[in-house]
Design a protein around this ligand. Structure first.
Ligand SMILES: Cc1ncc(COP(=O)(O)O)c(C=O)c1O
Length: 418
């Protein structure tokens, strides 16, 4: 459910025609619906009502301050993976006691920063990281709360690049080796063992892999209890999928129900790290058709957005629906929608039946709210798009379009090199 809809052939975001926004801010532009963001956050969070839990939005999916602030005001925390994300989270007034720090390669400076900020816990992924964290905590006079990120070897049945809980993936510690790491951590003075965590992958369309992972984690928690290690937090990561095309993932209520059933009466606080399921369908990327080209029965619509703005199709061959911002009576054609970047991988749709666009038309690339802007880059020296949020009949620019000056900020050309 989202708030992008047609009224008299015009695509609206909430109560504003998308054309009106595009005319005001230019293209390409990311447009988010405030109502959708809020609704998705609440639907997810309230699905866990009755269970002790904390929803830590995974800000790698969408990291704009305005959006983080919205979730913080709803009582949410965040899942971070870098010092930069911690900085953003604190700027967005997320409570440090609701921040969990994931990631396989945390830098010492970032460990220090997170310790100083007194975050809830570090999800540690190797024995070297545990030892390093203990050293840093000792040096700074702190005690670090940790969960060991466990790799439960469960197949999430998703794209290999976003599958993280299999033996061959670089993430976490093999569940069979985890007890040893817990014993190591429990023996360190500046480490406080508080949790178990896992994240098995992204865009999962079934509940069963989550339940299988949870079942394995429960076994581990029982084993740890037998050795005198008490676990208070169980972090199940993120990963719940959305409908991009015809996928039919479980709704948050079904997902939470399956988890609750498997969890039983265990006295644990659940931590959830949803990203995509909250923001994915709450944002679109609006782009303008620059040129159309037909050669040897193949039609291309060349648009002003590119893989630097939205890399998912190029990276994962992922599907995003392409919709006209203003429906025409020109009918449809089978075409490729491509960007201007010098890479054949720069496309949004291939051999897809879509509106017979003409130069100047606007197209909406749907379901671009997660891993869209946050994965964007300046490749081909393209300034990054602006981000806009709509609240009913008003819109706000929440990130200005980058300028050419932004592109060279920080670069210097010493005269001695010439
Ligand atoms: C540790 C961790 N938690 C949460 C997420 C969020 O996943 P999703 O956006 O699929 O909910 C990710 C995504 O890769 C992750 O790596």
């Amino acid at each position: 459910m989202h708030h992008f809809h047609y009224l008299k052939n015009e695509l609206y975001c909430e109560d504003i025609p998308v054309t009106e926004i595009a005319l005001a801010v230019g293209t390409p532009a990311y447009i988010y619906s405030h109502a959708t963001l809020k609704r998705h956050f609440r639907a997810f969070d309230s699905a866990f009502e009755g269970m002790k839990h904390l929803t830590c939005f995974s800000m790698k999916s969408t990291s704009n301050l305005a959006i983080l602030k919205l979730f913080a005001s709803e009582g949410g925390g965040v899942d971070i993976v870098s010092g930069g994300e911690l900085y953003r989270a604190l700027k967005a007034e997320v409570e440090p006691a609701k921040i969990v720090f994931s990631g396989v390669g945390k830098k010492v400076e970032d460990l220090e920063y997170a310790l100083e900020s007194d975050i809830l816990m570090f999800n540690v992924e190797s024995s070297q990281e545990i030892i390093k964290l203990n050293e840093v905590a000792k040096r700074t006079g702190k005690k670090a709360r940790i969960a060991v990120r466990v790799n439960p070897d469960v197949d999430p049945k998703t794209h290999p690049y976003i599958s993280t809980g299999l033996k061959e993936n670089k993430f976490g510690i093999d569940i069979n080796d985890a007890p040893e790491q817990y014993i190591l951590a429990a023996g360190l003075k500046n480490i406080d063992v508080t949790g178990v965590s896992c994240h098995i992958g992204s865009q999962l369309t079934q509940s069963s892999p989550f339940v299988d992972a949870l079942s394995k984690l429960k076994g581990l928690i029982r084993m740890l209890e037998d050795t005198g290690i008490t676990i208070r937090y169980l972090d199940l990561g993120g990963g719940l999928g959305i409908t991009y095309d015809s996928e039919d993932p479980p709704l948050p209520d079904e997902y939470a129900g399956a988890i609750s059933k498997e969890l039983g009466t265990a006295d644990l606080t659940l931590i959830l790290e949803p990203g995509r399921v909250i923001t994915g369908n709450a944002g679109i990327l609006v782009t303008k058709v620059l040129y159309t080209k037909t050669a040897r029965e193949k039609t291309f619509f060349i648009v002003d957005a590119a893989m630097n703005d939205l890399i998912r199709p190029s990276l994962y061959d992922s599907y995003h629906a392409v919709q006209p911002v203003r429906k025409s009576d020109r009918g449809t054609v089978t075409a490729d929608m491509v960007g201007p970047i010098c890479e054949s991988g720069d496309f949004f749709a291939k051999e897809r039946e879509m509106d017979a666009f003409e130069p100047g038309d606007l197209a909406a690339i749907m379901s671009a709210g997660a891993y869209g802007f946050s994965m964007s880059s300046n490749y081909n020296s393209r300034p990054r798009a602006c981000e806009v949020i709509v609240n009913r009949d008003r819109f706000y620019i929440i990130r200005a379009r980058e300028t050419f000056e932004d592109l060279i900020r920080g670069e210097t050309s010493p005269d001695c090199l010439i």
